[in-house]
Design a protein around this ligand. Structure first.
Ligand code: FES
Length: 157
């Protein structure tokens, strides 16, 4: 993040904190506002919130990571989540994972440069008898093969 971007973000967060009041009980609405605007709450934003509310950054981080909907990184338009739990693993998850990584040219935990795809692992989502399974945003895909997984990605518009 550039220095000018940081100071713009600082000014913005200062404005939000002034609006809500700089007390700890306003932490959640303040974080929610940042999330709504940016789609994620960066480490720098967390530090700034902590500084302005005079609380420890670990406390802010704890709140951000407690709520599954709060993201700490910028993410792609399509969040691809591949199940890593045992049934899907035994059904061939590894081959799917490698094929997807090759296709998108990123590793799990990363986002493509064009911000189209983010790749993550998830735990069992109850489709164990139909694995390997993955979730792309809200849609579940089952009985994957490497080829099928790539086709699904190619169809994401
Ligand atoms: S193990 Fe993958 S959905 Fe259950």
């Amino acid at each position: 993040m550039l220095v000018s971007e940081k100071s713009a973000l600082t000014a913005e967060i200062e404005g939000i904190v002034n609006e809500y009041g700089n007390t700890r009980d306003n932490l959640l609405p303040i974080l929610q506002r940042i999330l709504n605007k940016h789609g994620h709450i960066s480490e720098f934003a967390q530090q700034e919130v902590a500084r302005l509310l005079d609380i420890h950054p670990v406390e802010v981080y704890g709140v951000v990571t407690f709520y599954g909907f709060m993201r700490v990184k910028e993410e792609g338009r399509y969040i691809v989540r591949l199940c890593k739990t045992i049934s899907c693993d035994l059904a061939g998850k590894e081959a799917i994972a490698r094929a997807i990584e090759r296709e998108l040219d990123i590793k799990f935990g990363e986002t493509t440069q064009d911000k189209k795809f983010t790749l993550e692992y998830i735990n069992c989502m109850g489709m164990c008898d139909a694995g390997p399974a993955m979730l792309i945003n809200d849609t579940v895909y089952t009985h994957l093969t490497p080829r099928k997984a790539i086709e699904i990605l190619k169809n994401c518009k």
